[in-house]
Design a protein around this ligand. Structure first.
Ligand SMILES: Cc1ncc(COP(=O)(O)O)c(C=O)c1O
Length: 143
């Protein structure tokens, strides 16, 4: 978060927008919670909301943290970016209201975002990778 705040100060000074690739935002927020001073009492949701306050927009491939088989989005508070993207999405994907996605896929993304921001989910997810990385027997079986 400290890095992002520094970047925000710099880009503000030079009038540069930050469009955040938030594909792994839930996992990154978990690491901020676990490792950065002052964030251990905050939820992943709160940390993600704070990240969003330092950015002007975001893209997400929902196939990673949001746990779905297809889809993603561009989000922005900037009207001019929205207008341009809305026109371009028709050419490349479909109408801006669905971007080529089926309704059930959009619903799965919404649920996936909600679930990925659950502190217990991230703890379990990262925890199992740590467990597998540390477990000698598993390493020897496959090496
Ligand atoms: C951080 C990050 N952003 C974006 C992408 C692109 O995702 P997609 O394959 O859905 O285009 C990836 C893919 O691995 C990624 O890891």
């Amino acid at each position: 978060m400290e890095n992002l705040k520094l970047l925000r100060n710099y880009t503000k000074k030079h009038k540069i927008r930050i469009i955040h690739d938030m594909t792994r935002v839930a996992e990154n927020a978990y690491f901020i919670q676990q490792r950065e001073k002052g964030y251990d009492q905050k939820t992943i949701k709160d940390i993600v909301k704070e990240i969003c306050t330092y950015t002007d927009g975001a893209t997400m491939s929902a196939k990673k943290d949001a746990l779905v088989n297809i889809g993603g989005f561009l989000a922005t508070n900037e009207w001019d970016i929205y207008e341009e993207a809305r026109n371009l999405v028709v050419v490349y994907e479909g109408l801006h209201t669905y971007g080529g996605l089926a309704g059930r896929d959009m619903e799965a993304i919404a649920i996936g975002i909600e679930e990925s921001l659950d502190d217990f989910h991230q703890h379990a997810r990262v925890g199992q990778v740590q467990y597998l990385g540390k477990n000698d027997r598993i390493q020897h079986t496959y090496s």
